[in-house]
Design a protein around this ligand. Structure first.
Ligand code: CU
Length: 230
């Protein structure tokens, strides 16, 4: 993706890369970075340990590397979903994207701020410094922004589409949306799910609430189970 992105840039000087390619390249960069943490853990800790070359491993380091991958790895499928929101939905609803700049900005913010914030999964871990945890908490709140921008831009695009076709009233245009179109219906349903998912993210970012939900019911999901074996 990165190579194709640069090739396209060379072949089309002065032109803006299409939004789909822009987002897909952002996802490729994210994937490259996010897989590095767990790759280091597996190659330099777990495999040598499993083969008996080492008696034990540094659990604090192991959890840190796992959390490095753990958080941004979920954006590997979030970014394609956002790409569908931005690129397919406005067309299917019969209009244009409300703001392409906002869409590009959302992808940049997602990549820049989602990459280093995995330590909100380790708030209870003593080997992480306090200031470091605070930084990761703030970063986690910042990644809520591109999601809000996405919700706003997609809903604005849907509203434009309906108003262009005679949709009226403050909420009247909602009823006139093409609900029978699977692309429109599925995206609106996924936006509703995203509200709850996003709320879960805010809970995870907040130190006190994180303590209530993390490392117990979300044990397996957080990866804590994995590194608690020893
Ligand atoms: Cu996370």
């Amino acid at each position: 993706m990165v190579v194709m992105f640069t090739q396209w840039k060379k072949a089309n000087p002065g032109q803006t890369v299409p939004l789909v390619m822009f987002a897909t390249t952002a996802n490729a960069l994210l994937w490259l970075w996010t897989s590095a943490g767990v790759a280091v853990e597996v190659l330099f800790q777990l495999i040598p340990w499993a083969l008996g070359w080492m008696d034990t491993i540094d659990i604090g380091l192991s959890r840190t590397l796992f959390a490095w991958t753990l958080h941004p790895i979920v954006y590997f499928w979030l970014i394609p979903a956002y790409t569908a929101f931005y690129v397919f939905v406005p067309k299917q609803a019969g209009s244009y994207l409300f703001s392409e700049e906002a869409a590009r900005m959302a992808f940049i913010v997602l990549v820049v701020f989602s990459l280093p914030i995995g330590m909100h999964h380790l708030y209870m871990d003593p080997e992480q410094a306090k200031g470091w945890k605070l930084l990761h908490g703030l970063g986690t709140f910042i990644v809520a922004l591109p999601t809000l921008v996405t919700g706003f831009t997609v809903i604005a695009s849907l509203e434009i589409a309906r108003r262009l076709r005679g949709g009226k009233g403050l909420f009247g245009w909602i009823g006139s949306l093409p609900w029978g179109n699977p692309m429109v219906l599925s995206v609106i349903l996924s936006l509703i799910m995203l509200i709850f998912g996003g709320f879960g993210g805010i809970v995870n970012a907040t130190y006190a609430m994180n303590a209530m939900i993390h490392n117990n019911s979300s044990l397996a999901a957080s990866g804590s189970y994995f590194v608690h074996i020893p």
